[in-house]
Design a protein around this ligand. Structure first.
Ligand code: CA
Length: 227
């Protein structure tokens, strides 16, 4: 199951697609305008956006560019115009795939699943393990040396995000964009505070780090302390 945001101004199409995708097991929310869609795409944890290019308030391509400038969320565009030039422009602007109207909900669902599979965001198999730290994205359980960790939702998301990139330094701005969906930064302290809470729960400190290492002026990296 994926969390899908549907940006479509035509109420009839929007409701029919939302219903059909929900029946296929997706968690669907929808926006009726480009501006609302951009806001929803950034405010909510969305796995994939289905974007109608023909919107009343903003050009669909501009909506795509706005989303893309601040978020890597995959976007499948729906276009009424079967014009190669427009589809190419959309793909160049960062769309992951497209469907041409009229399309069936079966086809849209197949495209959605293909994009999520390709990006590896669907159905991760089993927990992510870094040293004696284990994080299961499906059950949202985390444990250290076999002992369950009591994490808040944000702490879990932050730990999962860092564990998926274990060994790499991740910038605070990127963390804010990905975990908090706040691409414009400004609240750097938010990340620092959550890192310090995570450290406490992992039984370490900034002075004596094990998993979480601050790289001054660059960001944070999660490493296997045993390697
Ligand atoms: Ca439309």
């Amino acid at each position: 199951m994926a969390s899908i945001l549907l940006i479509e101004d035509d109420q009839r199409i929007r409701e029919a697609l939302a219903r059909a995708l929900a029946q296929r097991g997706h968690d669907v929310r929808s926006s009726a305008s480009g501006l609302a869609g951009v806001e929803d795409a950034l405010a909510e944890a969305v796995d994939l956006v289905v974007l109608d290019l023909g919107l009343p308030d903003l050009d669909g391509l501009d909506v795509l560019k706005m989303i893309r400038s601040v978020s890597p969320v995959p976007v499948v565009i729906a276009t009424a115009r079967d014009e190669e030039a427009e589809i190419v422009r959309a793909l160049d602007a960062g769309a992951d795939d497209y469907v041409v109207k009229p399309f069936s909900s079966d086809q849209l669902d197949a495209r959605i699943r293909a994009v999520l599979r390709r990006l590896g965001t669907e159905e991760e198999s089993g927990p992510i393990v870094v040293g004696d730290l284990s994080i299961d994205p499906q059950s949202r359980d985390a444990s250290l040396a076999g002992k369950p960790l009591e994490l808040s939702r944000r702490e879990f998301d932050l730990l999962l995000f860092l564990a998926r990139r274990a060994g790499a330094v991740v910038g605070k701005r990127e963390i804010l964009a990905e975990v908090w969906r706040q691409p414009y930064g400004g609240a750097d302290k938010t990340v620092d505070v959550h890192i310090s809470w995570l450290r406490r729960k992992l039984g370490e400190s900034a002075a004596e780090p094990r998993f979480l290492h601050t790289v001054r002026g660059v960001g944070i990296k999660l490493v296997d302390p045993g390697s």
